[in-house]
Design a protein around this ligand. Structure first.
Ligand code: AP5
Ligand code: MG
Length: 223
């Protein structure tokens, strides 16, 4: 099964993808995380992506598409993928559909996390992420027990450099102009499911799992 998590910056895509991955056994692929990893490794791709990310702009389609196609061709993606932050433009959506078709796969569901615009900035501005395990916290909603330290692994928490108010505002504008049209695109393809992303985190996970027919503690889809 292949899923897309669609939603604005701060909607909770990364937070939910982590739980869905644990419950479904599908591989979580985040385009933003892949760029941040490339940057940490000091690769050319990382440096190129940074120049766009720092401004809150989208990395060019051809760069993102190539990176994702390479990633999903690896064997750990064979059972299915949870796409987080990709696709973000119609061109990316078309390219993903074509690539999956070559492997006799298709996007089974697009889970659209809807969150009111006013809530998004506060979520982004308050986010802290663990450097070691990637768990996200929020200084307003879910602070870690000890300041700047991950509850789970004691890793150091950091704030993403593109989470400043100014860049976050621009990322939201870019989302409204370039990514939000994908809601209609996937509605027309008949596989978009809207999920209320303002509910409590664990409830959002359950809503998502039940909307794709994966209920119960093992998260397996019943046949
Ligand atoms: P990316 O890393 O994808 O960032 P984004 O889309 O801006 O989304 P975020 O990661 O900010 O939000 P999220 O929905 O994952 O929210 P989260 O779960 O963390 O992309 C970064 C950049 O990379 C882009 O700007 C672009 O430059 C480039 N890029 C990436 N992909 C690209 C592509 N395909 N094409 C071109 N360029 C690309 O949650 C946010 C906060 O809210 C957290 O603190 C969390 O704890 C809290 N929270 C989550 N759920 C809840 C809840 N239910 N209630 C209360 N708080 C909650
Ligand atoms: Mg994210």
């Amino acid at each position: 099964m292949d899923l897309i998590l669609l939603g604005a910056p701060g909607a909770g895509k990364g937070t939910q993808a982590k739980f869905l991955e644990e419950r479904s056994g599908l591989m979580h692929i985040s385009s933003g995380d892949l760029f941040r990893a490339a940057l940490r490794q000091g690769t050319e791709l990382g440096m190129l992506a940074k120049s766009y990310m720092d401004r809150g702009e989208l990395v060019p389609d051809e760069v993102v598409i190539q990176m994702i196609i390479e990633r999903i061709s690896q064997s750990d993606c064979a059972k299915g993928v949870i796409f987080d932050g990709f696709p973000r433009t119609r061109e990316q959506a078309r390219a993903l559909g074509e690539e999956l078709q070559h492997h006799d796969r298709k996007i089974d569901y697009v889970l659209y996390l809807s969150v009111p615009d006013g809530v998004l900035l506060r979520r982004i501005a308050g986010r802290q992420t663990c450097k070691t395990c990637g768990t996200t916290y929020n200084i307003y909603y879910f602070p870690s027990k000890r300041a700047d330290v991950c509850d789970g692994c004691n890793g150091k928490l950091y704030q993403r450099s593109d989470d400043s108010m100014e860049t976050a505002r621009h990322r939201l504008d870019v989302y409204f102009n370039q990514t939000r049209p994908l809601i209609q695109f996937y509605q027309e393809h008949g596989n978009l499911i809207e999920v209320d992303g303002q509910r409590e985190i664990s409830l959002v996970t359950e809503l998502m799992l039940s909307s794709i027919g994966m209920n119960g503690s093992n998260g397996q889809k019943p046949h």
